[in-house]
Design a protein around this ligand. Sequence first.
Ligand code: FRU
Length: 597
Amino acid sequence: MKPLFVLWTLCLSVFFAPACDRAVEVHRLNNRETSVSFTADRDFLWLPVEDGAPNAILSFSIGDRTIRNIRVALARERADYTVPFDLRPYRDREIVCRVSDCPYDAVCWELLCLRDQVPEPAEDPYRPLFHHAPSYGWMNDPNGMVYENGTYHLFYQYNPYGNRWENMSWGHAVSRDLVNWEECGVVLEPDSLGAVFSGCCVLDPDNTAGFGKDAMIAIYTAAGARQTQCLAYSVDGGKTFSRYAGNPVLTSERADFRDPKVFYHDRTGRWVMILAAGQALDIYSSPDLRTWHFESRFGEAYGAHDGVWECPDLFPLGVMGEPGHSRWVILCSLGVEDGSRVQYFVGDFDGKTFTPEQAPSTVNWMDFGRDHYATVSWNGLPEGRRIALGWMNNWKYANEVPSVAYRGCNTLPRDLALKRTDDGLVLVAAPARELEEAFVTTSVLPELSVAAEQNITPELTAGTGRIEMELDGDGAEVFGFKLFNCRGEYVDVCINRVEGMMYVDRSHAGRSDFSPYFATTRPVPLSRSEVHSFSLWLDRASLEIFVDGGEATVTNLIYPTEPYDRMNFYAKGGLMYVRNLKTSVLKTGNNDDEKYE
Ligand code: FRU
């Protein structure tokens, strides 16, 4: 300990938390700062967190070297949950953690302790069963999705030290079936260039970047004083990454310059990067991922411009029923008045410039729910498939949603395609076909005619399952259904044929008091056909609706206080028929996949 350090020490206490493997020493330094010192002879330091408490700043050092700075809502009045700080890289070293902005009478000082295990994640009634969500901590955008030899890699914007946006890092999960996800821990944490914002991963079979044949290379935004693009590479299949010593590889004077998506463009034999630059998208090319050449800018006069553009993607996509025909598609996320949303553009791309087919003023929304954002697709999928995944949340209230030990989950992975309609080519999104395997049918109801109202009890399990059906509005002007529970909480899905609109109303779906923005709805334009097919995916705290094979999708979070287990069908101004109503639930025991070694 430095002499100055001792001088500043106002008092010294040693707390031996009773259930602890080993205690830490806590020294009060001054009114703002406290120091915690210990030998790293256990694997983890457990940090007690109080949801919503102001952040304390923790600066860990060994001797004169700072090893990590993090911001944590250390428990002041009560500990809501505990997060682990990984000490394994510093085995047996003497560590000092200087903590600023946490009062000396806070309860955390007695609860800090060293352990060899990670804390058990708290039970959460809203934890999804067939969607990806981290076991603890905060998650936003899916990042770095790449398919490698049967494994779907998913990285994501992650705060391992709390359930609100902070300490942006990349978490990692893998799956072989897109239903069961194995958490693999944190692979990239902030460095001197900044926090680790969104980005992508590519595989480099020809070693163009010089990090090794088949290296997995992450191209991400480091968010420090500037937003710059950086590389990190993995030669062990994504388990660990090393930073490229020549970072950053791409800089700009723009304040918002982020979220690179890179892919190999066969025709030009170059890597192509698309990234968000203010309210436009910049396209660069590179022979080696290290040096980038500006090619073009797209979007200044096109689409919606309510806010900064984020998380773009660019890929070719086949037209359904027209073998050999494809177009290029851009996905682009942005904040609009009621929160987060994804728009898309269809056009052509020659390796340098994207040429849209639509009129500049046209806006194409990818999803009509409130919780579908930062959607990007997997690189490297076989058979020309394009599977996309979004963050199932909305920046308007993401930090407030009522889950406890974790916050944030992803949408279902979706197979994308283009469909020719009277309005031109539209993007359709259907649940990835792998999901089919995970479900088993529990009941089939061939036909139900509804004169005014009728209730049924589909065989769901604990607020999860899938319901497929056709609704034939026949003579009805307004028809639809409610999913509801024993408390009378419901989601209302209402089709107004006169308007050619569908409305999904979650204002009575359960808890919505955490944000004034949560209960609002977005109208969904539907074809005026009287028959529509529905595929509903209910996973405790979310409802994803795919209408007419994915021509319209509606992705919403819901927080019922009891599981939904009933349906009410209604028709006004005429009869409605419900046909082929099939209920399926998740197969039990589908989670015994071999581990990712
Ligand atoms: C989108 C986003 C990205 C950024 C990341 C930071 O949700 O704002 O633009 O890289 O989140 O976490």
